[in-house]
Design a protein around this ligand. Structure first.
Ligand code: G6P
Length: 612
């Protein structure tokens, strides 16, 4: 997500802040800024673009300052622009905040604060924090910034890591952490703040990792910690002994593994604020009226690569829940096949980067033909998000590994929520039907944590099968759709031959390839189809192929039907695409690591394919 930094001490604060920000560059961002106290007065510098653009602005007007905060932004609420860049300031311009996360109740706070005289200058959720703090400072906190932060935090819903600089507290910075990471680096007579350890590592290896609900008053060389109730808490400083390169990856050897581990949080983030207390989908951010959406009777999804496979699952789920016909096209084929488009159609472009040339071209073709378009993208401010008529973003955060993992899973979340919204609008589901699915979706992060906690079995399989050459993923229904992504990931990272087939198609060709040299993953998680899939797996086993069954915990698998079993948590059939893909990602990762592959940058592949 975004990056936060802070510094207090004898060095040049702008120098340290810019350096800290540059150490967070690997995370990806669209704008950057900093706020410092210059002889007691707040100064803010911010710009769209890279840290070097910010550095150029600072160089033009150098500041001799020793306390400040900084930020690199990854747009969520509001496009990338200078007004939307952090820090955000109070109307009086006497305090500034930087923030990571999402403030879910920003709309109601904004309305209340505006009525109270606050002047908003950005489209961000973050700006409410600055105005709320100012209101508390002028009111009940009576000039005490620490108190104002506690009072403000009590009114914020959602995830946040916030750092505050205020003229009213000229020798300290305040921070609060609630579900977004924040660390404090302890130096000799100086203190560093960052959302990620690598930013502080060149300066100190002594780091306090804040926990949820921690609030800190940070001075040059000292830190006072409390909880949200203002009661003092203790957090031991840890000694960090990773090198910077490893630290960027949070101690992981590869971004791929780090990003797989981030999947539960990315799912939670993409669900956040989109399900109301009654379990209904909140779709205001689409900006499309119910009437407009009710007029949509057909859907067409265009995408490439992993996003295309998310679309395949999306098709199955939208058709099942919303009972609307969905076509899925490879974006590279769409515009050349003269697609039949009509007024009652919506074209959805799914893309992690929002810059894939073919997907953009497909979107433009749909727009040229006057069809309503919707972007499901992970990068707000990308070409696709700007050009689509409406957006329903994924909030996976920056994805660094070339092969997509967490973005794919959040694309599923976005498409499921869209399916539910459409289902409710056209009457295919009633409120109770929607609530049943949203309740199930809310359990996905915890179910995925369970899979990650039990990864050793899969890691062991990955290592044991590293020298096999031929792999198949088979399944029916949603399992067939998931198989496509499972096989693609194995191809991309391990360079092994991996195919995906609907299990019912076996007899029409691929059965000819089944020999004892082939490892088959049989995804058999769909209740109505499990027996049929298992009997297909028996046909495969009878040809000598080795079979790993991927089944739900508690399902009986007859010994002899499969050689090994991966059990995923027992849950609704609809959730299985989430629960089968993560073990497949882990298998790919550990197998490829055993082979010493360039995991984060597989040969011949690029993260963003901006040419046809
Ligand atoms: C490249 C990447 C894939 C990605 C595909 C589509 O091939 O390596 O990981 O799935 O592009 O990218 P998009 O950004 O449109 O999702």
């Amino acid at each position: 997500m975004c990056g936060i930094v802070g510094y207090l001490g004898p060095r040049s604060a702008t120098g340290v802040l810019l350096d800290e920000l540059s150490r967070l560059e690997y995370r990806g961002y669209d704008s950057a800024g900093l706020a410092v106290l210059d002889r007691g007065r707040l100064r803010v510098v911010k710009t769209v673009g890279k840290v070097r653009a910010l550095a150029a602005l600072v160089e033009r007007d150098p500041l001799d300052v020793h306390l400040g905060i900084g930020h690199t932004r990854w747009a969520t609420h509001g496009r990338p622009s200078t007004p939307n860049a952090h820090p955000h300031v109070s109307t009086a311009g006497d305090l500034a905040v930087v923030h990571n996360g999402i403030i879910e109740n920003h709309a109601e706070l904004r309305a209340r604060l505006t009525a109270g005289g606050a002047v908003f200058v950005s489209e961000t959720d973050t700006e409410v924090i600055a105005h709320l703090l100012a209101a508390k400072l002028a009111g009940p906190a009576a000039g005490d910034v620490g108190r104002a932060l506690l009072l403000a935090a009590a009114e914020l819903r959602g995830a946040f890591a916030v750092a505050v600089v205020a003229e009213a507290a000229p020798d300290c910075l305040y921070v609060v952490r609630q579900q977004s990471p924040l660390v404090i680096g302890l130096g000799e007579g100086e203190t560093f703040i960052a959302s990620d350890i690598p930013a502080v590592l060149p300066y100190t290896r002594s780091v306090i990792v804040l926990e949820d609900g921690d609030v800190a008053c940070v001075r040059a060389g000292s830190v006072m910690l409390s909880n949200l109730a203002g009661e003092s808490v203790e957090r031991p400083a840890r000694h960090i002994d990773w090198d910077i390169h490893a630290a960027e990856k949070g101690g992981y050897e590869h971004f791929m593994l780090k990003e797989i581990e981030e999947i539960p949080a990315a799912v939670a983030q993409t669900l956040r604020g989109r399900i109301d207390p009654a379990g209904q989908v909140v779709a205001a951010e689409l900006g499309l009226s119910d009437e407009r959406l009710r007029a949509v009777r057909r859907l067409s999804i265009v995408a490439c690569g992993t996003s295309y496979y998310a679309a395949m699952v999306g098709k199955a789920v939208i058709e099942k829940l919303a009972r609307l016909p969905v076509e899925v096209d490879l974006a590279s084929e769409f515009r050349y096949r003269s697609p039949i488009l009509s007024d009652d159609q919506m074209v959805i472009a799914v893309s992690q980067s929002g810059e894939t040339a073919d997907t953009l071209a497909a979107l433009r073709e749909a727009k040229r033909r006057g069809v309503l378009t919707l972007g499901v993208v992970n990068v707000i401010g990308s070409s696709l998000s700007r050009e689509a008529d409406a957006n329903w973003p994924t909030w996976a955060g920056p994805e660094i590994c070339v092969a997509s993992t967490k973005a794919y899973v959040t694309q599923l979340v976005a498409l499921y929520l869209l399916a539910l919204h459409l289902a409710r609008l056209n009457g295919a589901l009633d409120d109770a039907g929607v609530a049943e699915v949203t309740t199930a979706l809310s359990t996905v992060p915890a179910l995925l944590e369970q899979i990650l906690a039990e990864r050793e079995q899969i890691a062991d399989m990955g290592r044991r099968y590293a020298h096999w050459e031929h792999f198949f993923y088979l399944g029916r229904g949603l399992d067939a759709a998931s198989s496509l992504e499972c096989a693609l990931k194995l191809k991309e990272i391990s360079y092994k031959r991996a195919e995906a087939y609907a299990a019912g198609e076996l007899k029409h060709g691929p059965l000819a390839l089944m020999t004892p040299e082939v490892l088959v993953f049989g995804l058999a998680t769909q209740r109505e189809l499990v027996d049929k899939t298992l009997s297909n797996l028996q046909e495969v086993a009878a040809r000598g192929a080795r079979v790993i069954g991927v089944v739900r915990a508690g399902d009986n698998v007859v010994t002899g039907q499969v050689d090994e079993v991966i059990r995923v948590p027992d849950a609704d059939d609809l959730l299985m695409p989430f629960l089968t893909v993560v073990p497949a990602y882990l298998f790919t990762y550990y197998l490829s690591a055993a082979l010493g592959r360039e995991i984060d940058q597989p040969r011949n592949l690029a993260k963003s394919v901006t040419v046809e």
